[in-house]
Write a protein that binds this ligand. Structure first.
Ligand SMILES: Cc1cc2nc3c(=O)[nH]c(=O)nc-3n(C[C@H](O)[C@H](O)[C@H](O)COP(=O)(O)OP(=O)(O)OC[C@H]3O[C@@H](n4cnc5c(N)ncnc54)[C@H](O)[C@@H]3O)c2cc1C
Length: 486
């Protein structure tokens, strides 16, 4: 971390990457410059045609579709706080309460996730006992969670190991793997519980049992969404006109206080003479000098940029793996779908051996995302568990999604539209040891004053985390502070 006593306010700062993390960093730099009365020139370099990164809101045939992220969670405050500062908080809409539940595939048929089952554990054992998802031995094993002794509090453990230990193999294979896979598209045998869902470790340590902890939270009124199943959907929101509204509001503010250069990929970062700042080579020029740099790009891209002067840190950054996914977004007449779609979506366990990971019933979550009498579906393919499907052409991916939707939901394939969005190496994988790996990266970079990392690779994968990482990076290079460490 930079020593604040010796830090000199930078006059010129480069932000590399114009996704939400980079835009949030530039916006925060502008806020800080105004607050401190210190002029600071900020230049955002974005390789793509437009700012926003993994954001793709479009209007097609009366549907408002999202090709990338579609909503964000509100119990992490940073995205909401930013919306407030951007003046768009009153544009945020909640999810539709009527369909706030998830389905899971069981022997080819969608069945409801038991009410109150929240990613890893149920609020009540009764709902599990009534559910057709588990066999009787599976149900009994799950109910025994009450009596499983707590594990060690130190060290890291994979999601799969934790869930098998506490709830049994069936709970992992039938429910937890697909529910968590829907968020992280990860292999649960590798996913770090501590880095992704530390609250379940805290529950185990504090209450000795997840079920006991969730029941206690529900009784104490601390569980904001105790009856919802799957993700805690009551906690999600999105701007009325889609996630692009947030990216656009942010980009407008950034434009007002900084330069935003799209289609300007940065190729190389070097230290300036006597290690006073940095020099960038980018698509629009070479030897562009800056006092400080925020790298808001995926970890493997940050590695390439710094390897010339920080090769140990670059080597560590390369160890953060990424998964790719494709989303087929399609619009249908409700009359063409046999299933009532009375939920927010469907998750598909790996043991069902299908070729899709999940289907989000987007216009059940946010009804204005489809015209009356129609539904918008977003079907996820690939991820860390089925990377080979990313080799298929768009037509082949659409064909396999068509087959799966016909067979699982009774969709007659006469879509109003169908689009494939590919997100290559876009989902950082928080494997066991992730927290230590990130701490090592931060230690390696701590001696390089004026350089900070931001983005979803380090301290959380969602939109609020990405925004927070950008704001912390801005504070780190401007003031020499800013948790969490990057
Ligand atoms: C398919 C998908 C769905 C998701 N859904 C949700 C969701 O519903 N809710 C949620 O909270 N989160 C979701 N996420 C996660 C969320 O989208 C990310 O946390 C967030 O968008 C990351 O922002 P970022 O700025 O860190 O990265 P990015 O958006 O990846 O931005 C990085 C930017 O850097 C640019 N860049 C890269 N290299 C260079 C270079 N050398 N020079 C200049 N520019 C460069 C890229 O072009 C890109 O624009 C989803 C992620 C994916 C992949």
């Amino acid at each position: 971390m930079v020593d604040s006593a010796t830090q000199v306010t930078p006059r010129r700062v480069a932000v590399v990457g114009g996704g939400l993390a980079g835009l949030a960093a530039a916006h925060r730099l502008h806020e800080l410059a105004v607050r401190e009365g210190q002029p600071c020139e900020v230049v955002v370099f974005e390789a793509g045609e437009r700012p926003g990164g993994i954001v793709g809101t479009q209007l097609i045939s009366g549907y408002r579709i999202e090709l990338g992220a579609d909503s964000f969670i509100t119990n992490k405050p940073w995205a909401i706080d930013l919306c407030r500062r951007l003046g768009i908080e009153d544009r945020l809409i909640p999810t539709e309460a009527r369909f706030r539940r998830s389905l899971v595939l069981r022997n080819g048929k969608p069945v409801p996730v038991p009410e109150g089952f929240q990613l890893l554990a149920p609020v009540s054992v009764g709902t599990v006992l009534r559910s057709p998802i588990f066999s009787w031995p599976g149900k009994l094993r799950l109910a025994c969670e009450y009596f499983v002794p707590k594990g060690r509090s130190d060290g890291d453990e994979s999601l799969a190991s934790f869930v098998r230990r506490r709830l049994g193999r069936e709970a992992l294979e039938r429910l937890v793997q697909p529910l968590v896979g829907g968020i992280y598209t990860s292999d649960p045998e590798k996913l770090s519980l501590r880095a992704t869902m530390p609250r379940f470790i805290e529950m185990e340590q504090a209450h000795g049992s997840l079920i006991r902890a969730l029941r206690w939270q529900a009784r104490a009124g601390r569980n904001e969404d105790a009856t919802a199943s799957g993700a805690r959907y009551g906690l999600f929101t999105t701007p009325r006109e889609g996630i692009a509204e947030l990216a656009d509001a942010l980009a407008r503010k950034v434009f007002a206080g900084a330069q935003l250069r799209c289609e300007t990929e940065v190729h190389k970062l070097s230290r300036a003479a006597e290690e006073r700042g940095f020099v960038l080579d980018h698509a629009a020029g070479t030897n562009d000098a800056f006092d400080a740099v925020v790298l808001a790009v995926p970890a493997y891209r940050a590695a390439r940029l710094i390897e010339g002067f920080a090769s140990p840190a670059a080597g560590l950054l390369d160890r953060i793996e990424y998964a790719s996914t494709a989303i087929v977004v399609s619009g249908h007449k409700l009359a063409d779908v046999a299933h009532p779609l009375d939920a927010f979506g469907l998750v598909v366990p790996a043991i069902e051996k299908r070729r899709i990971l999940a289907v989000s019933f987007t216009s059940r979550k946010f009804p204005d995302r489809a015209p009356d009498g129609c539904v918008q579906l977003r079907t996820f393919v690939g991820g860390a568990m089925q990377p080979e499907l990313m080799q298929l052409s768009d037509d082949e991916i659409t064909a396999l999604v068509r087959q799966e939707l016909e067979s699982i939901l009774g969709v007659t394939w006469k879509p109003d539209f169908a689009i494939v969005a590919r997100w290559m190496r876009s989902m950082p994988q928080y494997h066991v040891g992730h927290i230590d790996l990130v701490a090592s990266i931060e230690r390696e970079l701590a001696g390089i004053t004026g350089l900070a990392l931001a983005g979803s690779a380090y301290h959380g994968v969602g939109i609020p985390d990405a925004i927070h990482s950008g704001e912390c990076a801005a504070e780190s290079v401007f003031l020499g502070g800013g948790e969490p460490g990057t």
